[in-house]
Design a protein around this ligand. Structure first.
Ligand SMILES: NC(=O)c1ccc[n+]([C@@H]2O[C@H](COP(=O)([O-])OP(=O)(O)OC[C@H]3O[C@@H](n4cnc5c(N)ncnc54)[C@H](O)[C@@H]3O)[C@@H](O)[C@H]2O)c1
Length: 439
């Protein structure tokens, strides 16, 4: 993460390869979206890098450039996409199958999407019980599979004439794993890969291959993946940016918008009950209790950190927080999330808030993938290494330095992100103190 004020940022020359692990609903919606935007048939709604601005200097200075004009981000025309999946379908067929985007729109994008054929995956059903596929690598052990990925990445980069790469995990949620002794050092991790140790999940093999290949890595699912000491040291050692975990979309996005507001007005919370119906493949995978456990942990921690019951026991001690996800095929990717929030106000009088969010998961996730690809590439060119906490804005369960609690409040996260951009460009940070206007 450390970076000097007004850091030297290498220019975004040449093509940027975006390597996606998993070519499912999120990845195909992202790729198709970028192609549609390039074609001029859609706008990059939801993407901070494309639509967001950053205020510089005083409110009276009138300096509010677009983020993409303020910093040398890669341009959409320079993005090239690659992917791995356990199913051999092209991005076009996978997008049709995911059913997020309309057939008419996909038909216009057929040519570029058909060209993207997934490479064979590193996959083991032990870690995603509800899936089985044929497009899978074989190898003597996990270390050898990692070497296959490393060779494949180098070949892909050459073939696609890319000057830089980033890798993003947008594959299924793996079963819940705790940090294990073998995750401690790079040596113990490599030995465990040779021993086919069960503490090494496929997502860790991809992350290892990325970091060995000099590629920054983001984790869009709640799996441990790159959030283990061995891979954090590898990122540091190879001066690579990493971030995760779990794209912040849907219900958790709403939670991190509403909870800071309730807390700001010192309103108490008795309980927050969240339930979802979801019918896509992600929902099917999360129907397995071991994969759901990984997701549940990621979703549950949010309120505790925002509301700080230990600091405000009268308002937030012992509130009840329940999260449910039910697999319900008719809904496809169009999830429905209900929240019942039991709050209390002045003199302890109870009130309720009900939210019914008819959301489209992948529509919310796709711009996050774009922003992460562009910001990770920027971080890399600015010499930022290790955990990129300023990208917490995009995650349900932000990865932080060891011993540091994560910041979940979306408004603080956004301020941190924009201040990081100002810092990179040597501009004054904005504190919102504003005394100078009244001198
Ligand atoms: N959509 C959202 O809003 C959202 C939000 C947060 C997190 N996520 C996470 O992002 C991930 C992708 O979501 P999705 O809706 O695209 O799911 P999806 O099921 O449509 O796609 C995931 C793809 O990953 C593939 N896959 C599984 N294991 C793999 C492996 N080891 N290597 C390569 N490919 C593998 C599957 O075959 C599938 O095609 C999930 O883990 C999900 O929990 C999604």
């Amino acid at each position: 993460m450390p970076v000097a004020k007004q850091a030297e940022i290498m220019p975004a020359e040449g093509k940027l390869g975006v390597l996606l692990v998993g070519l499912g609903a999120v990845s195909t919606t992202f790729i198709a979206g970028v192609e549609a935007i390039k074609k001029g048939v859609a706008e990059p709604i939801g993407s901070l890098t494309q639509m967001g601005t950053v205020r510089l200097g005083k409110r009276t200075d009138n300096r509010v450039p677009l983020i993409k004009d303020f910093l040398p981000l890669a341009q959409l025309k320079d993005l090239v996409f690659g992917a791995w999946d356990i199913f051999p379908d092209s991005a076009y067929d996978a997008a049709l199958n995911a059913g997020v985007l309309e057939k008419e729109l996909l038909a216009q994008l057929r040519e570029p999407l058909r060209k993207i054929k997934p490479m064979k995956a590193v996959f083991d059903q032990t870690y995603v019980k509800r899936l089985s596929g044929t497009n899978v690598k074989t190898g003597k052990n996990k270390f050898e599979l990692a070497q296959q990925l490393i060779d494949e990445i180098a070949g892909w980069k050459r073939k696609n004439k890319c000057s830089r790469l980033v890798m993003i995990w947008a594959a299924s949620t793996e079963i819940f794993l705790k940090t294990h002794a073998v995750h401690k050092t790079i040596d113990s991790f490599e030995q465990a890969m040779r021993d086919n140790h069960k503490a090494i999940a496929p997502s860790m093999i991809y992350a290892y291959a990325a970091l060995k290949s000099g590629i920054p890595f983001a984790n869009g699912a709640p799996n441990l993946t790159v959030d283990i000491p061995a891979l954090m040291s590898l990122a540091d050692k190879n001066k690579l940016a990493i971030c995760g975990k779990d794209f912040k979309t849907g219900q958790t996005l709403m939670k991190t918008i509403i909870a800071p507001g309730l807390k700001s007005r010192m309103l108490g919370l008795h309980g927050w009950y969240s339930t979802n119906i979801l019918g896509n493949r992600d929902g099917e995978v999360l129907d397995d209790p071991d994969s759901f456990k990984t997701k549940e942990e990621s979703k549950l921690s949010v309120l505790e950190y925002i509301l700080q019951p230990e600091v405000y026991p009268t308002l937030y001690k012992d509130f009840s927080h329940v999260v449910r996800i039910n697999y319900y095929p008719p809904r496809g990717d169009n999830k429905e999330g209900w929240d019942n929030i039991d709050i209390f106000g002045w003199l302890g009088y109870p009130m309720q808030i009900k939210i019914d969010f008819l959301c489209r998961d992948s529509i919310l996730a796709a711009p996050i993938v774009l922003d992460l690809a562009l910001f990770l590439d920027l971080a890399q060119r600015a010499g930022m290494k290790g955990v990129q906490e300023w990208l917490s804005f995009y995650f349900k369960s932000p990865q932080t330095a060891p011993g540091l609690y994560p910041e979940h409040d979306i408004f603080i996260q956004l301020m941190k992100l924009k201040n990081t951009l100002r810092h990179l460009r040597g501009e004054d940070l904005i504190t919102h103190l504003g005394l100078e206007y009244y001198d």
